[in-house]
Design a protein around this ligand. Sequence first.
Ligand SMILES: [Zn+2]
Length: 290
Amino acid sequence: MISWDVKTQSLNTELAQHSQWPVPASGLTLQCPEENFPVVAALSDIIRYCNDRIQLTQVPDYQGAENGLQFENNGTVTKVGAAVDAGLVPFQKAVDAGVDLLIVHHGLFWDPAYPITETRYQKYKFCIENNLAVYSAHLPLDCHREIGNNALLAKELQLKTLNWFLEFEGNHIGLIAEGGIDRNEIKQRLSDLFSDGITSIEKGSNCPQKIAVVSGSGASAISHLSDAGVDTLITGEVKQNSFNQAEEAGLNLYLCGHYATETFGVAALAGEVAGKFDLEWEFIKTDCPL
Ligand SMILES: [Zn+2]
């Protein structure tokens, strides 16, 4: 934090000699309360740090997704926020909390070129009017080995990582952890971690051999599980026909919410940035139940 130590002795002497205003015998006490001078960091320094930390250039993403700085502000940051989605409401909550750089997992851009109208216009207008920068980190914050959603989720569940699978353009996104843990114990750990509840589809072993962790949408991972020797999947959400797949292949599926499973990475990155640049940070929670 800012430490502003003003030595007042010589200043008081100067004032006493030259000022037309009376200076009390005790001298003037000059104070600079910290809260009046918030720490400010350069947006460009933070972006450089984030880009390097998430290995931005080394992790390709889905077509249209644009990781990195998506929306610029005036170039300075006083408080960092973390949110799962780049929505108008998370933006409003972030600004209410004094955030001027919001790190999100699901960014503003997913589709090909589109007109900036209606809610898109509202979002862009809101960012400009409120000096809010938006930084997005999608797949880089799923597959990151230290601050990624899957790595952190496995850590929270006390699971030991064996290897990674689900390759996307050279990077493996999903995590495979060691099994040998009773299914009830896994379910208990998940229930403790996800207070909004989980959905269990238990069609596999009572004592899973290998457990896959895939944050967000895990439907497309299901067909890859057997080849990887995995009989249990912890994920955010699946599709309706995933139930049949689980029954037919003898799998356990634990669905903990797309939103809930993707809160870890952005929070970790925002916390790291705050520590590195001596800034405040806050998780901007929304009530997404999905
Ligand atoms: Zn997602």
